[in-house]
Write a protein that binds this ligand. Structure first.
Ligand code: HEC
Length: 447
């Protein structure tokens, strides 16, 4: 991991805390986005496959699912690529100088994710093409080299890219989730290889949890996006509308029902040293909100109360968010020692930098301090307010500690003089002054 170590900017303790928060934020964005991408991509492929038997509804569903999460390319950039890069960079910072392979795996996951995005957008395009073609039927028999022919071939090619893209998405998210789970379980770092990381039991359970949660979000997002937000621009027949709403509410309900089970499994499998009260609190919150959400979606499906969909959608997102925060808290707790180490590294680095510039952090100039703090009352060979240093210093020769002690806490010595006021020196300053005095006056005292 040498290349990464060179790119790391060492961070102060407070910044490490901040990085942990930013990691949570990036994950909230990326995981919610990619969960919905996964769910809608999968459902789109599924209905596209089913529509081969010639059902218009299924073809439309297939198109709408993929349009749900790929409305334009900016979304993929802002909610996918940028947060993913942030996640990698932050992990690289936080796991600096550990033997964890997390960052390396994440980079692989990112490459897969990019390929998956290309696949998703090509696939979306292929669906549009085939829907357009369904409306224009060629009048003349299709010939080799015909535009229509080309379009058809292109559409087929892009559809294949769609399946490939999904496979890449599947692996990219699996890599992300299993690496995040590895980041929590530092006891595995030494011996974890790529395959064992992917197939570790906690990773697989979190991944299945992620997939089911993604499908639950997709169902609600579909209803909210097309039938609430885009109510006036989205064109659909009443039958299709009713079918699509009912179907999506049912999908959401079905997959929401798994959430409490995964939550409990997850808690059981978290390494002991990563568990905290905070995490339990969040787990409990997720559990309660999950039950409530399941109830609301049940009402939607049962009584066809689509008006509750927005509310249910935000609840599902909340469950998603809380689950992610809970996972990340395990990471923060498990790596406390590592963060303390990083803060320490930063201190050493700062000190080394200052030293290289010729001043240590405690760079205290004895001469300067002496001139500012002492010369008002002391001269070497003249009596001012205090006794001349020529007379009093001799008894301190070879007893620097005692001089320092006196300077830090002057006691009454000579009845000829008033007591010396405390100069409020710090121990290091007193020492520097004592050093200066011996260095500067020492040779003159000898004579
Ligand atoms: C406000 C005036 C004042 C200032 C400022 C002051 N001193 Fe003094 N200093 C005195 C007086 C008065 C005495 C005599 C105290 C006594 O004999 O009890 C004294 C005594 C001393 C002695 C002799 C102690 C002994 O054991 O006899 C030393 C050494 C000394 N000062 C060093 C310093 C140094 C170093 C500083 C600067 C950090 C300093 N003083 C600042 C007034 C001052």
């Amino acid at each position: 991991m040498g290349i990464f170590n060179d790119l790391i900017i060492l961070q102060k303790e407070s910044n490490i805390q901040l990085l942990n928060y930013l990691l949570i934020l990036a994950k909230l964005i990326f995981i919610t986005y990619s969960g919905t991408l996964f769910g809608s991509y999968l459902l789109s492929l599924y209905f596209n496959f089913k529509s081969k038997k010639g059902s218009q509804t299924e073809q439309l569903l297939s198109r709408d699912y993929i349009n749900l999460i790929t409305p334009n390319k900016t979304i993929a950039f802002a909610l996918g690529i940028v947060p993913y890069i942030s996640i990698i960079v932050i992990y690289a910072q936080l796991l600096y100088n550990t033997d964890s392979p997390v960052v390396l795996y994440l980079i692989w996951g990112f490459v897969f994710f990019l390929i998956a995005l290309i696949g998703a957008y090509s696939y979306k395009h292929s669906l549009q093409l085939s829907l357009q073609m369904a409306t224009i039927s060629p009048k003349e028999p299709i010939e080799e080299g015909d535009i229509y022919h080309y379009t058809q071939a292109l559409s087929r090619l892009k559809a294949r890219a769609g399946i490939l893209g999904f496979v890449f998405l599947f692996f990219s998210l699996w890599i992300l989730i299993s690496s995040s789970s590895l980041a929590v379980d530092k006891e595995r770092w030494v011996y974890a290889d790529f395959i064992s990381t992917l197939f570790s039991i906690p990773a697989i359970i979190i991944y299945i949890n992620f997939i089911t949660a993604g499908l639950a979000v997709t169902g609600m997002a579909f209803i909210v996006k097309f039938f609430i937000w885009d109510k006036y621009t989205y064109k659909f027949t009443p039958e299709y509308g009713e079918k699509a709403q009912k179907l999506n509410a049912s999908i959401s309900l079905f997959f929401m029902a798994f959430q409490p089970i995964f939550l409990i499994l997850n808690l059981v499998l978290t390494p002991k040293y990563a568990v905290s009260y905070f995490m339990f609190g969040f787990a409990l919150a997720v559990l309660l909100i999950s039950f409530y959400t399941i109830h609301i979606i049940y009402v939607i499906v049962r009584n066809n109360k689509m008006g509750y969909s927005s509310f249910a959608f935000y609840l599902v997102i909340l469950v998603f968010f809380f689950t992610i925060i809970k996972e990340q808290s395990a990471f923060t707790v498990a790596n406390k020692q590592q963060f303390a180490y990083l803060a320490d590294e930063y201190k050493q680095y700062e000190e080394a930098k200052l030293a290289s510039l010729g001043r240590t952090q405690e760079s205290i100039n004895g001469e300067e301090l002496y001139k500012v703090k002492c010369t008002a009352c002391h001269q070497f060979d003249q009596k001012l307010v205090g006794p001349p240093h020529k007379l009093v210093l001799t008894k301190y020769i070879g007893k620097k500690d005692e001089l320092v002690k006196f300077l830090l806490n002057p006691v009454k010595v000579d009845p000829e003089y008033p007591a010396m006021p405390n100069q409020a020196l710090k121990p290091k300053e007193a020492e520097a002054i004592a050093d200066y005095m011996f260095e500067h006056y020492g040779p003159m005292l000898e004579k």
